[in-house]
Design a protein around this ligand. Structure first.
Ligand code: NAP
Length: 299
């Protein structure tokens, strides 16, 4: 065993080490290597998880290279989550429905893609706030990539109504249309940003999927204090952002009596779900993954 810069144990690399990793562009800021290597060290297995900066024009050749060198599996982040689809031999129904893949695994001569962001998003809602969602309404701020996993997660939880709110009407229309052939097509409604005053008072679950308020813009929030005042007491406010802790959005929601959830647990749980697939194990050391991220982020 050796120590890395965060004083976490890392496994020694040997001639037999098996390879996992994450592809993205840029990739330097990815937190996945920190949490996955902490888990692999805890398990004491001969695997290593590496960051791979892959420019969009090199994606196909890189994936062919991964096959040639026997990579076991890899995470996928921006900008490859959609672009990877044609390079896969199999795509799970959830990834197909969302139209994005974040986890790829070698199987036989091909690659199988799935999306564990949905599982990651749902996990803290299911474990910490078990309740009957069938009478509840969700309001989702933003209509980008992460919002897709959040919509799918809200459908899986069985929320009665799901409202997606976006600032750009034409992108909102595209978002709506992109789900046309999916199993989730008729499960949610889209709204322009100016409809928020009507929606917030009805929200049992309010989710921020915009990057507004993310470090270093810590004084920003997608909702103003005046808008947040309309949030019902006891609502759950969920911010996908994990730095700062709390975000201004969560701080305002807390002042309003809301239950708050930040994005760290989603990050941990989507990673844990991916590791279970690659290692074909029921249990992975989630606490090590969580703690390694907290140490790394100084939380
Ligand atoms: P994205 O695809 O770029 O989508 C961002 C969305 O936010 C877009 O709909 C964008 O609107 C909207 N937006 C941006 N600025 C806004 C503003 N000032 N007011 C209103 N809406 C605004 O990004 P993403 O991949 O979905 O990621 C979004 C956030 O989620 C990031 O902070 C990311 O770190 C976080 N995230 C966390 C996790 C986790 O595991 N915790 C996982 C995924 C993502 P336009 O389309 O009009 O630009």
């Amino acid at each position: 065993m050796m120590h890395n810069q965060d004083n976490n144990y890392i496994q020694q690399i040997t001639g037999k080490s098996k390879l996992l990793g994450v592809i993205g562009h840029p990739i330097e800021h990815s937190l996945s290597p920190v949490m996955h290597n902490a888990a692999l060290a805890k398990l004491g297995i001969d695997y290593v998880y590496l960051p791979f900066p892959i420019a969009p024009e090199n994606l196909e050749i890189a994936i062919a290279g991964f096959a040639a060198i026997g990579v076991i599996g890899f995470s996928v982040t921006i900008p490859h989550k959609q672009a990877i689809l044609p390079l896969l031999t199999e795509i799970s129904p959830i990834a197909q429905a969302i139209g994005a893949v974040n986890t790829v695994t070698r199987q036989g001569d091909g690659w199988v893609g799935t999306n564990t962001d949905v599982e990651g998003f749902i996990a803290p809602l299911q474990t910490t706030y078990q309740q009957d969602w069938s009478q509840k309404k969700a309001v989702i701020l933003g209509n980008g990539g992460a919002a897709r996993a959040v919509v799918a997660g809200c459908v899986q939880l069985g929320l009665a109504e799901i409202h997606v709110v976006g600032r750009n009407v034409s992108k909102l229309k595209e978002f709506r249309q992109s789900w046309e052939n999916s199993i989730f097509a008729d499960k949610f409604q889209v709204h322009a940003w100016d409809e928020l005053p009507k929606l917030i008072p009805q929200a049992h679950l309010l989710v921020n999927t915009t990057p507004v308020g993310m470090y270093p813009h810590v004084d920003e929030s997608p909702l103003s204090a005046e808008e947040m005042v309309k949030l019902p007491l006891g609502a759950i406010a969920y911010d996908l952002i994990y730095i700062p802790k709390p975000t201004k959005f969560l701080h305002l929601a807390e002042k309003q009596g809301a239950i708050t959830i930040d994005g760290l647990e989603m990050l941990v749980q989507q990673g844990a779900a991916a590791l279970k697939i690659w290692l074909q194990r029921e249990n992975v050391p989630v606490e090590e993954m969580r703690q390694s991220l907290k140490n790394h982020l100084g939380l």
